[in-house]
Design a protein around this ligand. Structure first.
Ligand code: HEC
Ligand code: HEC
Length: 245
């Protein structure tokens, strides 16, 4: 009887640890694709071609929409773009709107991911990204300093080695929404340490810190000139979201 008990314990330990190792096939696939894409030499010309697909939603400049539905992706770190594309494509981050466009039939293979990421990373950023109401910036600055700097950097510049997103200059409403999704677990690829760190934020805290981050804006070397339009898309008809800024 005793022997049987031990066997049951051993068997369940094996099952549990096995279950853990194989826990998330989506995550495993996304990690593989990320690693593969990073090793490829990107072709920016091909990336421009692929980007036609993305322009429909993110806009020809890659600036997204101030209402926060479409994020700005222009000027994002290359490693972050690759990570997010791989996560979305391999269902490690739920994005039903964009998902079909990331599939092999539309986007192509891992080379195309590397190419489009290199193209997008070089696009200059929106000089007029969406910001919040602006009345809680001291609180925002303090919260940012105490809770975010160590990962996202002093200026919200992110970290390319650890594929931590640049968040400065992103639209306020998108930042708030992602933050809430990260906190409540809707964004599955979230960083567990970050989730822990921000658990106790009130909704005032969230708005304050995101307003501060949005207002950090793009750095001078990544900022587009006022009125800049992407010359790669001379005939693009801007409509819908991009008209309402
Ligand atoms: C049909 C619309 C659509 C198309 C086409 C599309 N996207 Fe997206 N994309 C979205 C939406 C919506 C989100 C935000 C999803 C969310 O809120 O989590 C997003 C998010 C992203 C993100 C994550 C940004 C972040 O900071 O969190 C990246 C990177 C991205 N898209 C790149 C691309 C690229 C590159 C292409 C072209 C290959 C593309 N997208 C095509 C709609 C689209
Ligand atoms: C322990 C490190 C860490 C800390 C601390 C942290 N973050 Fe993050 N954050 C990350 C990582 C890593 C990601 C990207 C996760 C992924 O791969 O999707 C992220 C993603 C985000 C995103 C989504 C960005 C996008 O483009 O989709 C926002 C917004 C964000 N963080 C804001 C903050 C703010 C504000 C704070 C401080 C209150 C903070 N983070 C603290 C590591 C951290």
């Amino acid at each position: 009887m005793k022997k049987l008990n031990i066997m049951v314990v051993v068997a369940s330990c094996l099952l549990l640890s096995g279950g853990e190792a194989l826990s998330d096939p989506f995550q495993t696939q996304a990690r593989e694709d990320y690693a593969k894409a990073l090793k490829l030499k990107p072709n920016v010309e091909s990336g421009k071609h692929v980007y036609r697909l993305c322009a429909v939603c993110h806009g020809p400049e890659g600036w997204g929409s101030q209402d926060g539905y479409y994020p700005e992706i222009a000027g994002q770190l290359r490693t972050v773009l690759i990570k997010q594309l791989a996560d979305i494509r391999d269902r490690n981050r739920d994005n039903p709107t964009m998902f079909p466009f990331t599939q092999p039939r539309m986007l192509g293979g891992i080379q195309e991911i590397a190419d489009v990421a290199a193209y997008v990373a070089k696009l200059p950023m929106d000089p007029n990204n969406g910001v919040g109401p602006g009345f809680d910036l001291d609180l925002g600055r303090q919260l940012y300093k105490d809770n975010c700097v160590k990962c996202h950097g002093k200026q919200g510049e992110g970290n390319k080695e650890d594929h931590i997103p640049q968040i400065r200059g992103q639209h306020f409403r998108y930042l708030v929404r992602q933050f809430e999704w990260i906190r409540n677990g809707r964004r599955r690829n979230a960083d567990p340490k970050m989730v822990k760190q921000i658990r106790r934020f009130t909704s005032r805290d969230v708005r304050a810190v995101m307003d501060y981050v949005a207002r950090l804006g793009p750095p001078p070397e990544k900022r587009a000139e006022p009125g800049w339009k992407n010359p790669d898309f001379p005939k693009y008809v801007r409509h819908g979201h991009f008209g309402v800024r």
